[in-house]
Design a protein around this ligand. Structure first.
Ligand SMILES: NC(=O)c1ccc[n+]([C@@H]2O[C@H](COP(=O)([O-])OP(=O)(O)OC[C@H]3O[C@@H](n4cnc5c(N)ncnc54)[C@H](O)[C@@H]3O)[C@@H](O)[C@H]2O)c1
Length: 251
Protein backbone atom coordinates (compact mmCIF):
# COMPACT_ATOMS: atom_id res chain seq x y z
CA UNK A 1 0.00 0.00 0.00
CA UNK A 2 2.87 2.41 0.82
CA UNK A 3 5.88 3.46 -1.28
CA UNK A 4 9.25 2.92 0.43
CA UNK A 5 9.95 6.62 0.97
CA UNK A 6 12.01 6.37 4.16
CA UNK A 7 14.46 3.57 3.34
CA UNK A 8 17.67 3.85 5.44
CA UNK A 9 16.13 6.60 7.55
CA UNK A 10 15.91 6.80 11.33
CA UNK A 11 12.89 8.33 13.01
CA UNK A 12 11.89 9.26 16.57
CA UNK A 13 8.19 9.44 17.46
CA UNK A 14 7.43 10.61 21.00
CA UNK A 15 4.30 9.14 22.57
CA UNK A 16 4.53 6.35 20.00
CA UNK A 17 2.72 3.73 22.07
CA UNK A 18 -0.85 4.87 21.43
CA UNK A 19 -3.15 6.85 19.16
CA UNK A 20 -1.65 9.16 16.54
CA UNK A 21 1.92 8.35 17.62
CA UNK A 22 1.43 4.61 17.13
CA UNK A 23 -0.15 5.16 13.70
CA UNK A 24 2.72 7.48 12.76
CA UNK A 25 5.43 5.07 13.87
CA UNK A 26 3.83 2.22 11.92
CA UNK A 27 3.44 4.43 8.83
CA UNK A 28 7.17 5.29 8.83
CA UNK A 29 8.04 1.63 9.38
CA UNK A 30 5.76 0.48 6.56
CA UNK A 31 7.37 3.07 4.29
CA UNK A 32 10.76 1.47 4.78
CA UNK A 33 12.36 3.34 7.69
CA UNK A 34 15.37 1.43 9.02
CA UNK A 35 14.52 2.23 12.64
CA UNK A 36 11.64 4.03 14.33
CA UNK A 37 12.23 4.81 17.99
CA UNK A 38 8.94 5.01 19.83
CA UNK A 39 9.08 6.71 23.20
CA UNK A 40 6.65 6.81 26.09
CA UNK A 41 6.45 6.29 29.82
CA UNK A 42 5.10 2.74 29.94
CA UNK A 43 7.47 0.02 28.75
CA UNK A 44 4.81 -2.69 28.40
CA UNK A 45 2.62 -0.59 26.07
CA UNK A 46 5.64 0.30 23.93
CA UNK A 47 6.75 -3.36 23.73
CA UNK A 48 3.29 -4.34 22.52
CA UNK A 49 3.37 -1.81 19.68
CA UNK A 50 6.98 -2.66 18.84
CA UNK A 51 5.88 -6.27 18.26
CA UNK A 52 3.79 -5.03 15.32
CA UNK A 53 6.80 -4.19 13.11
CA UNK A 54 10.47 -5.12 13.25
CA UNK A 55 11.62 -1.53 12.61
CA UNK A 56 9.98 -0.25 15.80
CA UNK A 57 12.30 0.27 18.78
CA UNK A 58 10.70 0.91 22.18
CA UNK A 59 12.46 3.38 24.48
CA UNK A 60 11.04 4.34 27.86
CA UNK A 61 11.47 8.11 28.06
CA UNK A 62 9.41 10.75 29.78
CA UNK A 63 9.65 13.86 27.58
CA UNK A 64 9.60 16.14 30.60
CA UNK A 65 12.82 14.84 32.19
CA UNK A 66 16.51 15.17 31.26
CA UNK A 67 16.82 11.39 31.80
CA UNK A 68 14.11 10.89 29.16
CA UNK A 69 16.04 13.00 26.67
CA UNK A 70 19.26 11.13 27.57
CA UNK A 71 17.54 7.81 26.81
CA UNK A 72 16.41 9.00 23.36
CA UNK A 73 19.85 10.41 22.53
CA UNK A 74 21.44 7.11 23.62
CA UNK A 75 19.04 5.10 21.45
CA UNK A 76 19.74 7.23 18.36
CA UNK A 77 23.48 7.00 19.02
CA UNK A 78 23.25 3.21 19.26
CA UNK A 79 21.65 3.15 15.80
CA UNK A 80 24.61 5.01 14.32
CA UNK A 81 23.96 8.54 15.50
CA UNK A 82 22.02 9.86 12.52
CA UNK A 83 18.45 11.06 12.89
CA UNK A 84 16.34 11.85 9.82
CA UNK A 85 12.91 12.65 11.26
CA UNK A 86 11.83 13.82 14.71
CA UNK A 87 8.10 13.73 15.45
CA UNK A 88 6.96 15.53 18.60
CA UNK A 89 3.65 13.81 19.19
CA UNK A 90 3.51 13.18 22.97
CA UNK A 91 0.86 15.37 24.52
CA UNK A 92 -1.68 15.57 27.28
CA UNK A 93 -5.10 17.18 27.53
CA UNK A 94 -6.74 18.21 30.77
CA UNK A 95 -10.30 19.48 30.97
CA UNK A 96 -10.05 21.89 33.91
CA UNK A 97 -12.27 24.91 34.53
CA UNK A 98 -10.44 28.15 35.22
CA UNK A 99 -11.34 28.26 38.92
CA UNK A 100 -9.67 24.84 39.45
CA UNK A 101 -6.53 25.70 37.52
CA UNK A 102 -3.64 25.85 39.95
CA UNK A 103 -0.04 26.42 38.91
CA UNK A 104 0.67 22.67 38.95
CA UNK A 105 -2.15 21.95 36.49
CA UNK A 106 -0.82 24.67 34.17
CA UNK A 107 2.75 23.44 34.47
CA UNK A 108 1.81 19.80 33.81
CA UNK A 109 0.35 20.55 30.37
CA UNK A 110 3.07 23.03 29.42
CA UNK A 111 5.79 20.61 30.49
CA UNK A 112 4.60 17.79 28.23
CA UNK A 113 3.21 19.81 25.30
CA UNK A 114 5.78 22.62 25.07
CA UNK A 115 8.85 22.21 27.28
CA UNK A 116 9.29 18.55 26.28
CA UNK A 117 9.60 19.28 22.54
CA UNK A 118 11.90 22.27 23.17
CA UNK A 119 14.33 20.30 25.35
CA UNK A 120 14.33 17.16 23.20
CA UNK A 121 14.86 19.15 20.01
CA UNK A 122 17.84 20.89 21.59
CA UNK A 123 19.37 17.57 22.62
CA UNK A 124 18.76 15.80 19.29
CA UNK A 125 19.74 18.67 17.02
CA UNK A 126 23.41 17.63 16.75
CA UNK A 127 22.22 14.22 15.47
CA UNK A 128 19.61 15.52 13.03
CA UNK A 129 21.09 15.34 9.56
CA UNK A 130 21.11 18.15 7.01
CA UNK A 131 17.90 17.74 5.01
CA UNK A 132 16.14 16.22 8.02
CA UNK A 133 12.67 16.98 9.28
CA UNK A 134 10.88 17.91 12.48
CA UNK A 135 7.11 17.51 12.64
CA UNK A 136 5.09 18.68 15.66
CA UNK A 137 1.56 17.60 16.48
CA UNK A 138 -0.44 20.72 17.26
CA UNK A 139 -4.25 20.95 17.32
CA UNK A 140 -7.06 23.10 15.99
CA UNK A 141 -7.45 23.97 19.70
CA UNK A 142 -4.60 26.43 19.12
CA UNK A 143 -7.11 28.51 17.15
CA UNK A 144 -10.37 27.56 18.91
CA UNK A 145 -11.84 28.73 22.18
CA UNK A 146 -12.80 25.92 24.55
CA UNK A 147 -14.29 26.21 28.03
CA UNK A 148 -12.12 24.12 30.35
CA UNK A 149 -9.30 23.70 27.84
CA UNK A 150 -7.67 27.13 27.98
CA UNK A 151 -4.24 25.84 28.99
CA UNK A 152 -4.30 23.00 26.45
CA UNK A 153 -5.25 25.53 23.75
CA UNK A 154 -2.52 27.91 24.89
CA UNK A 155 0.03 25.07 24.85
CA UNK A 156 -0.88 24.21 21.25
CA UNK A 157 -0.74 27.90 20.26
CA UNK A 158 2.80 27.81 21.66
CA UNK A 159 3.51 24.72 19.51
CA UNK A 160 2.34 26.63 16.41
CA UNK A 161 4.69 29.42 17.32
CA UNK A 162 7.62 27.01 17.85
CA UNK A 163 7.01 25.56 14.38
CA UNK A 164 7.31 28.95 12.70
CA UNK A 165 10.35 30.10 14.69
CA UNK A 166 12.21 26.79 14.31
CA UNK A 167 11.54 26.79 10.56
CA UNK A 168 13.41 30.09 10.41
CA UNK A 169 16.13 29.13 12.89
CA UNK A 170 16.86 25.72 11.36
CA UNK A 171 16.45 26.73 7.72
CA UNK A 172 20.19 27.41 7.34
CA UNK A 173 20.86 23.83 8.51
CA UNK A 174 18.40 22.66 5.80
CA UNK A 175 16.12 21.18 8.43
CA UNK A 176 12.43 21.63 7.67
CA UNK A 177 9.95 22.12 10.52
CA UNK A 178 6.24 21.61 10.01
CA UNK A 179 3.16 20.63 11.96
CA UNK A 180 -0.25 19.05 11.78
CA UNK A 181 -3.34 20.48 13.48
CA UNK A 182 -5.95 17.78 13.88
CA UNK A 183 -9.51 18.26 15.04
CA UNK A 184 -11.17 15.60 17.19
CA UNK A 185 -9.59 12.20 16.60
CA UNK A 186 -10.60 8.91 18.23
CA UNK A 187 -7.68 8.15 20.59
CA UNK A 188 -7.25 7.60 24.35
CA UNK A 189 -6.32 11.25 25.04
CA UNK A 190 -9.64 12.51 26.43
CA UNK A 191 -10.09 9.47 28.68
CA UNK A 192 -6.50 9.81 29.97
CA UNK A 193 -7.32 13.44 30.78
CA UNK A 194 -10.11 12.52 33.15
CA UNK A 195 -13.09 12.81 30.78
CA UNK A 196 -15.57 10.01 31.53
CA UNK A 197 -16.31 7.44 28.77
CA UNK A 198 -19.88 8.78 28.42
CA UNK A 199 -18.64 12.36 28.16
CA UNK A 200 -16.05 11.29 25.54
CA UNK A 201 -18.85 9.83 23.39
CA UNK A 202 -20.85 13.06 23.84
CA UNK A 203 -17.86 15.16 22.75
CA UNK A 204 -17.42 12.96 19.69
CA UNK A 205 -21.13 13.28 18.80
CA UNK A 206 -21.17 17.05 19.23
CA UNK A 207 -18.05 17.39 17.09
CA UNK A 208 -19.40 15.07 14.39
CA UNK A 209 -22.71 16.94 14.28
CA UNK A 210 -21.02 20.32 13.84
CA UNK A 211 -18.16 19.44 11.45
CA UNK A 212 -18.97 19.62 7.71
CA UNK A 213 -17.51 16.10 7.22
CA UNK A 214 -20.06 14.80 9.76
CA UNK A 215 -17.63 12.69 11.78
CA UNK A 216 -14.52 12.73 13.94
CA UNK A 217 -11.15 11.67 12.53
CA UNK A 218 -8.99 8.56 12.68
CA UNK A 219 -5.37 8.41 13.80
CA UNK A 220 -4.27 7.19 10.36
CA UNK A 221 -5.80 10.31 8.78
CA UNK A 222 -3.31 12.35 10.80
CA UNK A 223 -0.28 10.09 10.53
CA UNK A 224 -0.55 10.05 6.73
CA UNK A 225 0.11 13.81 6.74
CA UNK A 226 2.93 13.57 9.27
CA UNK A 227 4.81 11.21 6.96
CA UNK A 228 3.89 13.30 3.92
CA UNK A 229 5.42 16.43 5.46
CA UNK A 230 8.70 14.54 5.96
CA UNK A 231 8.80 13.24 2.36
CA UNK A 232 11.12 14.68 -0.29
CA UNK A 233 7.93 15.60 -2.22
CA UNK A 234 7.34 18.25 0.49
CA UNK A 235 10.89 19.57 0.23
CA UNK A 236 9.87 23.23 -0.23
CA UNK A 237 7.38 23.24 2.65
CA UNK A 238 8.63 24.58 5.97
CA UNK A 239 6.97 26.49 8.81
CA UNK A 240 3.59 25.14 7.65
CA UNK A 241 0.81 23.72 9.81
CA UNK A 242 -1.62 21.46 7.96
CA UNK A 243 -5.15 21.36 9.36
CA UNK A 244 -7.17 18.13 9.23
CA UNK A 245 -10.46 18.57 11.02
CA UNK A 246 -13.33 17.57 8.75
CA UNK A 247 -13.91 21.30 8.15
CA UNK A 248 -14.61 22.12 11.80
CA UNK A 249 -12.72 25.44 11.76
CA UNK A 250 -14.95 26.69 8.94
CA UNK A 251 -18.18 26.66 10.91
N1 LIG B 1 -7.00 12.95 19.73
C1 LIG B 1 -7.30 14.18 19.39
O1 LIG B 1 -8.49 14.52 19.23
C2 LIG B 1 -6.21 15.18 19.12
C3 LIG B 1 -6.57 16.35 18.45
C4 LIG B 1 -5.57 17.29 18.20
C5 LIG B 1 -4.28 17.07 18.61
N2 LIG B 1 -3.98 15.92 19.29
C6 LIG B 1 -2.59 15.75 19.71
O2 LIG B 1 -2.11 14.52 19.20
C7 LIG B 1 -1.02 14.08 19.98
C8 LIG B 1 -1.18 12.60 20.25
O3 LIG B 1 -2.32 12.40 21.06
P1 LIG B 1 -3.37 11.22 20.83
O4 LIG B 1 -4.66 11.86 20.49
O5 LIG B 1 -2.82 10.20 19.93
O6 LIG B 1 -3.56 10.69 22.33
P2 LIG B 1 -2.78 9.59 23.16
O7 LIG B 1 -3.13 9.85 24.57
O8 LIG B 1 -3.07 8.26 22.57
O9 LIG B 1 -1.27 9.93 22.86
C9 LIG B 1 -0.47 10.77 23.65
C10 LIG B 1 0.82 10.02 23.92
O10 LIG B 1 1.71 10.87 24.64
C11 LIG B 1 2.32 10.09 25.65
N3 LIG B 1 2.78 10.96 26.73
C12 LIG B 1 2.06 11.73 27.56
N4 LIG B 1 2.86 12.32 28.45
C13 LIG B 1 4.12 11.92 28.17
C14 LIG B 1 5.39 12.17 28.75
N5 LIG B 1 5.53 12.98 29.81
N6 LIG B 1 6.47 11.57 28.19
C15 LIG B 1 6.35 10.76 27.13
N7 LIG B 1 5.17 10.47 26.55
C16 LIG B 1 4.08 11.04 27.07
C17 LIG B 1 1.20 9.16 26.12
O11 LIG B 1 1.70 8.05 26.82
C18 LIG B 1 0.57 8.78 24.79
O12 LIG B 1 1.23 7.68 24.21
C19 LIG B 1 -1.01 14.96 21.23
O13 LIG B 1 0.00 15.93 21.12
C20 LIG B 1 -2.38 15.62 21.20
O14 LIG B 1 -2.39 16.86 21.86
C21 LIG B 1 -4.91 14.97 19.54
Amino acid sequence: MFGKTFVDQYVVVTGGGTGIGRATALAFAEQGAAGVIITGRRGAALEEVAAEHEALIPVVADVTTPEGADAVVAAVSELGGQLDVLVHNAGIFRNTPLDDLGADAVREQLEVNVIGPVLLTGRLLPLLREGGNIVLVSSISARLAGAGSSVYSASKAAVDSLIRSWAVELGPKRIRVNGVAPGQVETPILGSGGVSPEAVQDWYSVYAASAPAGRIGKAAEVSSWITRLAEPASSWITGEIITMDGGKLLV
